[in-house]
Design a protein around this ligand. Structure first.
Ligand SMILES: O=C(O)CCC(=O)c1ccccc1C(=O)O
Ligand SMILES: [Mg+2]
Length: 340
Protein backbone atom coordinates (compact mmCIF):
# COMPACT_ATOMS: atom_id res chain seq x y z
CA UNK A 1 0.00 0.00 0.00
CA UNK A 2 1.46 3.32 -1.01
CA UNK A 3 1.27 6.32 1.24
CA UNK A 4 -0.97 8.99 -0.25
CA UNK A 5 0.70 12.36 -0.41
CA UNK A 6 -1.30 15.18 1.08
CA UNK A 7 -0.45 18.88 1.09
CA UNK A 8 1.24 20.13 4.24
CA UNK A 9 -0.39 23.36 5.31
CA UNK A 10 2.77 25.44 5.15
CA UNK A 11 4.25 23.73 2.10
CA UNK A 12 5.67 26.39 -0.18
CA UNK A 13 4.94 29.04 2.45
CA UNK A 14 7.25 30.28 5.13
CA UNK A 15 6.61 28.79 8.58
CA UNK A 16 6.11 31.52 11.16
CA UNK A 17 9.21 32.23 13.20
CA UNK A 18 9.53 30.12 16.38
CA UNK A 19 10.42 33.16 18.50
CA UNK A 20 7.32 34.98 17.32
CA UNK A 21 5.15 31.94 18.10
CA UNK A 22 6.57 31.60 21.62
CA UNK A 23 6.02 35.30 22.33
CA UNK A 24 2.35 34.86 21.61
CA UNK A 25 1.47 31.69 23.56
CA UNK A 26 -1.01 31.56 26.43
CA UNK A 27 -1.65 28.31 28.32
CA UNK A 28 -4.77 27.67 30.36
CA UNK A 29 -6.31 24.84 32.35
CA UNK A 30 -10.06 24.45 31.87
CA UNK A 31 -12.11 22.57 34.49
CA UNK A 32 -14.52 19.99 33.03
CA UNK A 33 -18.13 19.55 34.22
CA UNK A 34 -17.83 15.81 33.56
CA UNK A 35 -14.78 13.63 33.27
CA UNK A 36 -13.84 13.10 29.61
CA UNK A 37 -11.05 10.78 28.42
CA UNK A 38 -10.27 10.39 32.12
CA UNK A 39 -9.51 14.11 32.36
CA UNK A 40 -11.08 16.60 34.80
CA UNK A 41 -8.95 19.57 33.72
CA UNK A 42 -8.13 20.29 30.07
CA UNK A 43 -4.80 22.05 29.51
CA UNK A 44 -4.51 23.86 26.22
CA UNK A 45 -2.38 26.53 24.54
CA UNK A 46 -3.62 29.49 22.51
CA UNK A 47 -1.39 31.16 19.95
CA UNK A 48 -2.06 34.59 18.46
CA UNK A 49 -0.90 35.46 14.96
CA UNK A 50 -1.64 38.02 12.27
CA UNK A 51 -4.81 36.21 11.10
CA UNK A 52 -6.24 35.60 14.60
CA UNK A 53 -5.98 32.94 17.30
CA UNK A 54 -5.23 29.24 16.96
CA UNK A 55 -5.47 26.51 19.58
CA UNK A 56 -2.69 23.96 20.20
CA UNK A 57 -4.19 21.23 22.38
CA UNK A 58 -2.56 17.82 21.82
CA UNK A 59 -3.38 15.56 24.76
CA UNK A 60 -0.61 15.54 27.36
CA UNK A 61 0.61 12.04 26.53
CA UNK A 62 1.22 12.79 22.82
CA UNK A 63 4.81 12.98 21.59
CA UNK A 64 6.35 15.59 19.25
CA UNK A 65 5.50 13.84 15.96
CA UNK A 66 1.79 13.63 16.74
CA UNK A 67 1.79 17.10 18.35
CA UNK A 68 3.36 18.65 15.24
CA UNK A 69 0.16 18.10 13.23
CA UNK A 70 -1.76 19.97 15.93
CA UNK A 71 0.79 22.79 15.79
CA UNK A 72 0.39 23.06 12.01
CA UNK A 73 -3.36 23.37 12.59
CA UNK A 74 -2.94 26.12 15.20
CA UNK A 75 -0.46 28.05 13.03
CA UNK A 76 -2.75 27.78 10.02
CA UNK A 77 -5.59 29.35 12.03
CA UNK A 78 -3.38 32.12 13.45
CA UNK A 79 -1.24 32.93 10.38
CA UNK A 80 -3.28 31.90 7.31
CA UNK A 81 -6.93 32.04 8.40
CA UNK A 82 -9.64 29.79 6.97
CA UNK A 83 -10.90 28.94 3.49
CA UNK A 84 -14.25 30.29 2.23
CA UNK A 85 -17.24 28.86 4.11
CA UNK A 86 -20.18 27.29 2.27
CA UNK A 87 -22.67 27.68 5.17
CA UNK A 88 -23.06 29.91 8.20
CA UNK A 89 -24.38 27.40 10.73
CA UNK A 90 -23.51 23.79 11.49
CA UNK A 91 -25.79 21.00 12.75
CA UNK A 92 -24.31 19.42 15.88
CA UNK A 93 -24.57 16.38 18.06
CA UNK A 94 -24.64 16.60 21.83
CA UNK A 95 -21.92 14.45 23.40
CA UNK A 96 -22.61 12.17 26.37
CA UNK A 97 -19.46 10.87 28.11
CA UNK A 98 -19.40 7.41 29.72
CA UNK A 99 -21.54 8.51 32.69
CA UNK A 100 -24.06 6.54 34.74
CA UNK A 101 -27.63 6.52 33.34
CA UNK A 102 -28.80 8.73 36.22
CA UNK A 103 -26.39 11.47 35.05
CA UNK A 104 -27.58 11.55 31.44
CA UNK A 105 -30.28 14.19 31.98
CA UNK A 106 -27.81 16.44 33.77
CA UNK A 107 -25.30 16.16 30.90
CA UNK A 108 -27.97 16.87 28.28
CA UNK A 109 -29.21 19.87 30.27
CA UNK A 110 -25.88 21.58 29.55
CA UNK A 111 -26.96 21.93 25.90
CA UNK A 112 -29.12 24.95 25.09
CA UNK A 113 -32.49 24.28 23.48
CA UNK A 114 -33.41 21.42 21.20
CA UNK A 115 -31.11 18.39 20.82
CA UNK A 116 -31.33 16.70 17.42
CA UNK A 117 -28.55 14.19 17.60
CA UNK A 118 -26.56 12.63 20.46
CA UNK A 119 -23.22 10.82 20.42
CA UNK A 120 -22.83 8.48 23.37
CA UNK A 121 -19.49 7.17 24.59
CA UNK A 122 -19.41 3.40 25.17
CA UNK A 123 -16.86 0.65 25.87
CA UNK A 124 -15.15 2.65 28.61
CA UNK A 125 -12.47 0.64 30.46
CA UNK A 126 -13.88 -0.90 33.63
CA UNK A 127 -17.48 -0.80 32.37
CA UNK A 128 -19.69 -3.52 30.86
CA UNK A 129 -21.99 -3.80 27.86
CA UNK A 130 -24.89 -3.58 30.35
CA UNK A 131 -23.61 -0.14 31.40
CA UNK A 132 -23.50 0.93 27.74
CA UNK A 133 -26.99 -0.34 26.95
CA UNK A 134 -28.35 1.38 30.07
CA UNK A 135 -26.68 4.69 29.08
CA UNK A 136 -27.95 4.54 25.50
CA UNK A 137 -31.45 3.67 26.77
CA UNK A 138 -31.31 6.61 29.20
CA UNK A 139 -30.43 8.97 26.32
CA UNK A 140 -33.23 7.53 24.15
CA UNK A 141 -35.67 8.17 27.02
CA UNK A 142 -34.37 11.68 27.79
CA UNK A 143 -34.22 12.81 24.15
CA UNK A 144 -36.88 10.73 22.36
CA UNK A 145 -36.74 12.76 19.13
CA UNK A 146 -32.94 12.76 18.82
CA UNK A 147 -31.00 10.48 16.47
CA UNK A 148 -28.38 8.45 18.31
CA UNK A 149 -24.86 7.23 17.58
CA UNK A 150 -22.09 5.73 19.69
CA UNK A 151 -18.32 6.09 20.00
CA UNK A 152 -16.33 3.14 21.43
CA UNK A 153 -12.86 4.71 20.99
CA UNK A 154 -11.54 1.26 19.91
CA UNK A 155 -12.61 -0.19 23.26
CA UNK A 156 -14.04 -3.46 21.94
CA UNK A 157 -12.47 -6.49 20.33
CA UNK A 158 -14.17 -8.11 17.32
CA UNK A 159 -16.44 -10.44 19.32
CA UNK A 160 -17.40 -7.78 21.84
CA UNK A 161 -18.23 -5.34 19.06
CA UNK A 162 -20.42 -7.90 17.28
CA UNK A 163 -22.30 -8.61 20.48
CA UNK A 164 -22.62 -4.93 21.40
CA UNK A 165 -23.85 -3.78 18.00
CA UNK A 166 -26.33 -6.65 17.92
CA UNK A 167 -27.68 -5.56 21.32
CA UNK A 168 -27.76 -1.89 20.29
CA UNK A 169 -29.48 -2.49 16.95
CA UNK A 170 -32.88 -1.61 18.47
CA UNK A 171 -31.70 2.01 18.89
CA UNK A 172 -31.32 2.40 15.12
CA UNK A 173 -27.90 4.04 15.47
CA UNK A 174 -26.77 6.52 12.81
CA UNK A 175 -23.34 4.91 13.03
CA UNK A 176 -20.89 3.26 15.40
CA UNK A 177 -17.63 5.23 15.70
CA UNK A 178 -14.36 3.29 15.93
CA UNK A 179 -15.86 0.17 17.57
CA UNK A 180 -12.55 -1.70 17.27
CA UNK A 181 -8.91 -0.77 16.70
CA UNK A 182 -7.15 -0.69 13.30
CA UNK A 183 -8.30 -0.32 9.72
CA UNK A 184 -8.27 -4.11 9.20
CA UNK A 185 -10.30 -4.57 12.39
CA UNK A 186 -12.95 -2.15 11.15
CA UNK A 187 -13.11 -3.81 7.73
CA UNK A 188 -13.49 -7.27 9.26
CA UNK A 189 -16.19 -6.12 11.69
CA UNK A 190 -18.12 -4.28 8.99
CA UNK A 191 -18.15 -7.44 6.87
CA UNK A 192 -19.22 -9.65 9.81
CA UNK A 193 -22.05 -7.26 10.70
CA UNK A 194 -23.36 -7.27 7.15
CA UNK A 195 -23.30 -11.09 7.14
CA UNK A 196 -25.47 -11.01 10.27
CA UNK A 197 -27.86 -8.61 8.59
CA UNK A 198 -26.89 -5.69 10.81
CA UNK A 199 -26.64 -2.54 8.74
CA UNK A 200 -25.33 -0.08 11.38
CA UNK A 201 -22.82 2.10 9.50
CA UNK A 202 -19.22 2.16 10.74
CA UNK A 203 -17.32 5.42 11.29
CA UNK A 204 -13.54 5.64 11.54
CA UNK A 205 -11.93 8.14 13.93
CA UNK A 206 -8.61 6.96 15.43
CA UNK A 207 -7.97 5.00 12.20
CA UNK A 208 -7.99 8.35 10.40
CA UNK A 209 -6.45 10.85 12.80
CA UNK A 210 -3.75 8.61 14.27
CA UNK A 211 -2.96 6.74 11.06
CA UNK A 212 0.15 7.27 9.01
CA UNK A 213 -2.07 7.15 5.96
CA UNK A 214 -5.49 8.63 6.75
CA UNK A 215 -6.86 7.43 3.40
CA UNK A 216 -6.33 3.70 3.98
CA UNK A 217 -9.76 3.49 5.60
CA UNK A 218 -11.40 4.53 2.36
CA UNK A 219 -9.10 2.43 0.19
CA UNK A 220 -9.90 -0.75 2.16
CA UNK A 221 -13.61 0.02 2.45
CA UNK A 222 -13.23 -0.21 6.22
CA UNK A 223 -15.84 2.42 7.09
CA UNK A 224 -18.95 4.19 5.79
CA UNK A 225 -18.17 7.53 7.44
CA UNK A 226 -14.97 9.45 8.27
CA UNK A 227 -14.60 11.40 11.50
CA UNK A 228 -12.27 14.34 10.90
CA UNK A 229 -10.70 16.68 13.43
CA UNK A 230 -8.92 19.74 12.14
CA UNK A 231 -6.02 19.85 14.62
CA UNK A 232 -4.78 16.22 14.58
CA UNK A 233 -5.02 16.19 10.78
CA UNK A 234 -2.74 19.22 10.47
CA UNK A 235 -5.31 21.93 9.88
CA UNK A 236 -8.47 22.78 7.97
CA UNK A 237 -6.99 22.64 4.46
CA UNK A 238 -5.32 19.28 4.98
CA UNK A 239 -8.47 17.81 6.55
CA UNK A 240 -10.52 19.07 3.58
CA UNK A 241 -8.10 17.38 1.18
CA UNK A 242 -8.36 14.09 3.09
CA UNK A 243 -12.15 14.13 2.97
CA UNK A 244 -12.18 15.01 -0.71
CA UNK A 245 -9.78 12.22 -1.63
CA UNK A 246 -11.61 9.67 0.50
CA UNK A 247 -14.93 10.12 -1.29
CA UNK A 248 -16.67 9.26 2.01
CA UNK A 249 -19.18 11.33 3.97
CA UNK A 250 -17.47 13.15 6.84
CA UNK A 251 -18.34 14.35 10.32
CA UNK A 252 -16.27 17.07 11.93
CA UNK A 253 -15.58 16.60 15.60
CA UNK A 254 -13.72 18.46 18.29
CA UNK A 255 -10.66 17.37 20.22
CA UNK A 256 -12.09 18.91 23.38
CA UNK A 257 -10.69 22.36 22.70
CA UNK A 258 -11.93 25.69 24.04
CA UNK A 259 -14.06 27.90 21.76
CA UNK A 260 -10.95 28.96 19.79
CA UNK A 261 -10.28 25.40 18.59
CA UNK A 262 -14.02 24.86 18.08
CA UNK A 263 -13.94 27.88 15.73
CA UNK A 264 -11.32 26.03 13.67
CA UNK A 265 -13.46 22.89 13.60
CA UNK A 266 -16.42 25.02 12.56
CA UNK A 267 -14.37 26.43 9.67
CA UNK A 268 -13.68 22.87 8.48
CA UNK A 269 -17.34 21.89 8.81
CA UNK A 270 -18.43 25.07 7.02
CA UNK A 271 -16.18 24.32 4.03
CA UNK A 272 -17.21 20.69 3.50
CA UNK A 273 -19.54 20.32 0.51
CA UNK A 274 -21.75 17.78 2.32
CA UNK A 275 -22.50 17.37 6.01
CA UNK A 276 -24.95 14.47 6.37
CA UNK A 277 -24.63 14.12 10.17
CA UNK A 278 -24.39 16.39 13.18
CA UNK A 279 -20.84 17.44 14.03
CA UNK A 280 -19.21 16.81 17.42
CA UNK A 281 -18.38 20.45 18.03
CA UNK A 282 -20.64 21.00 21.03
CA UNK A 283 -18.06 20.01 23.62
CA UNK A 284 -17.58 23.46 25.20
CA UNK A 285 -20.87 22.60 26.95
CA UNK A 286 -18.94 19.87 28.82
CA UNK A 287 -16.60 22.48 30.32
CA UNK A 288 -17.01 24.73 33.33
CA UNK A 289 -14.84 27.49 31.87
CA UNK A 290 -13.83 28.77 28.45
CA UNK A 291 -11.23 31.10 26.92
CA UNK A 292 -13.84 33.48 25.45
CA UNK A 293 -16.82 35.30 26.97
CA UNK A 294 -19.30 34.42 24.24
CA UNK A 295 -18.73 30.65 24.00
CA UNK A 296 -19.25 28.76 20.75
CA UNK A 297 -22.00 26.39 21.88
CA UNK A 298 -25.05 24.88 20.18
CA UNK A 299 -28.32 26.80 20.07
CA UNK A 300 -31.17 24.39 19.30
CA UNK A 301 -28.70 21.93 17.83
CA UNK A 302 -26.85 24.37 15.56
CA UNK A 303 -23.51 26.10 15.95
CA UNK A 304 -23.29 29.59 14.43
CA UNK A 305 -20.19 30.22 12.32
CA UNK A 306 -18.53 33.27 13.85
CA UNK A 307 -15.14 34.45 15.03
CA UNK A 308 -14.21 34.36 18.70
CA UNK A 309 -11.67 36.41 20.64
CA UNK A 310 -10.08 35.15 23.85
CA UNK A 311 -10.78 37.30 26.89
CA UNK A 312 -7.64 38.60 28.60
CA UNK A 313 -9.15 38.36 32.09
CA UNK A 314 -10.23 34.76 31.50
CA UNK A 315 -6.78 33.86 30.14
CA UNK A 316 -5.25 35.41 33.24
CA UNK A 317 -7.58 33.65 35.67
CA UNK A 318 -7.26 30.25 33.98
CA UNK A 319 -3.49 30.47 33.37
CA UNK A 320 -1.37 27.45 34.31
CA UNK A 321 1.65 27.62 36.67
CA UNK A 322 5.03 28.90 35.47
CA UNK A 323 6.24 25.30 35.51
CA UNK A 324 3.41 24.10 33.23
CA UNK A 325 3.91 27.08 30.94
CA UNK A 326 7.57 26.13 30.60
CA UNK A 327 6.56 22.53 29.76
CA UNK A 328 4.19 23.74 27.03
CA UNK A 329 6.77 26.09 25.51
CA UNK A 330 9.29 23.24 25.33
CA UNK A 331 6.60 21.10 23.77
CA UNK A 332 5.92 23.71 21.09
CA UNK A 333 9.65 23.91 20.31
CA UNK A 334 9.86 20.13 19.80
CA UNK A 335 6.69 20.02 17.70
CA UNK A 336 7.99 22.96 15.62
CA UNK A 337 11.24 21.07 14.89
CA UNK A 338 9.13 18.35 13.24
CA UNK A 339 7.48 20.83 10.88
CA UNK A 340 10.70 22.26 9.49
O1 LIG B 1 -17.47 13.91 18.67
C1 LIG B 1 -17.95 14.41 19.68
O2 LIG B 1 -19.18 14.44 19.87
C2 LIG B 1 -17.10 15.04 20.74
C3 LIG B 1 -15.63 14.91 20.59
C4 LIG B 1 -15.05 13.59 20.99
O3 LIG B 1 -15.77 12.62 21.16
C5 LIG B 1 -13.62 13.48 21.23
C6 LIG B 1 -12.99 14.52 21.90
C7 LIG B 1 -11.66 14.47 22.22
C8 LIG B 1 -10.92 13.38 21.83
C9 LIG B 1 -11.51 12.32 21.14
C10 LIG B 1 -12.86 12.37 20.82
C11 LIG B 1 -13.43 11.26 20.00
O4 LIG B 1 -14.25 11.48 19.10
O5 LIG B 1 -13.03 10.12 20.16
MG1 LIG C 1 -14.14 9.27 18.40
Amino acid sequence: MTMVELPAVFEGKELPDLGEILENVRVVSLPMRVKFRGVTFRETALIQGPAGWGEFAPFLEYGPAEASAWLAGALEAAWLGYPEPLRDSIALNATVPAVAPEQVEQVLSNYRGEIREVKIKVAEAGQTLEDDVARVAAVAAAAPDARLKIDANQGWNHEQALEALTRLEEFDLLYAEQPVASVEGLARLREALRQRGISTPIAADESVRKAEDPLRVAELGAADVLIVKAAPLGGVRRALAIVEKSGLPAVVSSALESSVGIRTGAALAASLPELPFGCGLGTVSLMKADTVQDSLVAENGYLPLRDVTPDSVLLENLAVSAERLHWWRERIKKAYEQLK
